[in-house]
Design a protein around this ligand. Structure first.
Ligand SMILES: Nc1ncnc2c1ncn2[C@@H]1O[C@H](COP(=O)(O)OP(=O)(O)OP(=O)(O)O)[C@@H](O)[C@H]1O
Length: 302
């Protein structure tokens, strides 16, 4: 059964004096318990906004977010806040999410308190993420970026979430720490039976840890499928282009091809298929009508 279902979600960012930016424009996605879904796409495609809406940090302007059988978007504030402690997020910048003035053990203890967990200690949680328990008395600045991200993961997991969301949790880390932290997140989420929505623009890491991939372009999910299938035979031209940009995706030493052009302004999206101005396979219909949503949302597969 699905743990999280996002249906036709719309999220607008409003800034006074400017046109609204529709960052999420009718996106659908699901995550099952114990499943790892990798959400990929270029910068500015709306991945963070989707994640923030799931956590209740930005309001949904349309569509529905269902979590553990309830519709989060329709709950009253208090019930929603309670439901949302079951969703924990790990952000890109661990500096921003950890309080620099509090010992890391105390911050992990906050998570344990949310879960009412008296049997686990902050030191025990640190050990689960591969750090010595004695480090609980230290402050965030005494750790490296990778270690801080492990602490953020420990704090998130301490709250016993059923859904863990990583919003670019590895982009600020050294290449050597990236795969380690991603794998750790995957293993701990799956061990505890939680679902993991892992947002990244690094497809090679997503390939390592995700059961399923969802590809987002300009506010919409354009392709979803099991990771191995999407990797071996990407169908949407956007997915194909993203994969061509991954170094040696085919193992043949081919040089990565950078994706040409930029993501258009979501305040003024192109008509028809949003990818058509950059698509090497665009046909007349692509500029006129939007393709239907589905496992692959593209006029090449009507
Ligand atoms: N608070 C905001 N106010 C106005 N526009 C915003 C706001 N946050 C995001 N946007 C715009 O919404 C669009 C989607 O941004 P979002 O951060 O969700 O994308 P993303 O795919 O997560 O990209 P990145 O990887 O760079 O974070 C972008 O055009 C962005 O400029």
């Amino acid at each position: 059964m699905s743990l999280l279902t996002v249906e036709d979600l719309v999220v607008d960012h409003r800034t006074p004096g400017r046109p609204a930016v529709r960052a999420v424009a009718g996106a659908s996605l699901s995550v099952a318990a114990g499943e790892v879904v990798g959400l990929v796409g270029e910068s500015g495609c709306g991945k963070s906004t989707l994640a923030r809406a799931v956590c209740g940090l930005v309001p949904a302007g349309g569509g529905a977010i269902r979590f553990e059988g309830g519709t989060v978007t329709r709950l009253g504030l208090r019930r929603r806040d309670k439901a949302l402690t079951k969703i924990q997020m790990v952000f890109q910048d661990p500096y921003a999410s950890l309080n620099p003035r509090r010992r890391v053990g105390a911050q992990i203890a906050d998570g344990l308190e949310i879960a009412g967990d008296r049997g686990t200690t902050p030191a025990g949680m640190l050990e689960r993420v591969g750090l010595p328990g004695a480090m609980a008395s230290r402050y965030p600045h005494e750790f490296s970026g990778g270690q801080r991200q492990r602490i953020a993961i420990a704090r998130a997991l301490a709250a016993r979430p059923t859904l863990l969301i990583g919003d670019e949790p590895i982009s600020a880390l050294d290449a050597s720490a990236q795969a380690q932290v991603a794998t750790l997140m995957r293993n701990l989420a799956v061990e505890s039976g939680a679902g993991l929505l892992f947002i990244s623009h690094d497809l090679s890491v997503v390939r390592l840890i995700a059961d399923r991939i969802a590809v987002m372009y300009l506010g919409k999910i354009v392709e979803t499928g099991p990771t191995a299938e999407v990797w071996a035979a990407p169908r949407h031209p956007y997915t194909q282009a993203l994969l061509r940009a991954v170094p040696e995706a085919d193992g043949l030493g081919r040089l990565p091809q950078e994706l040409a052009g930029d993501v258009p302004d979501p305040a003024d999206p192109p008509p028809g298929c949003r990818f058509h101005p950059r698509c090497p396979m665009a046909m007349d219909v692509c500029a006129e009508k939007e393709p239907a949503p589905g496992p692959v949302s593209c006029w090449l597969y009507p």
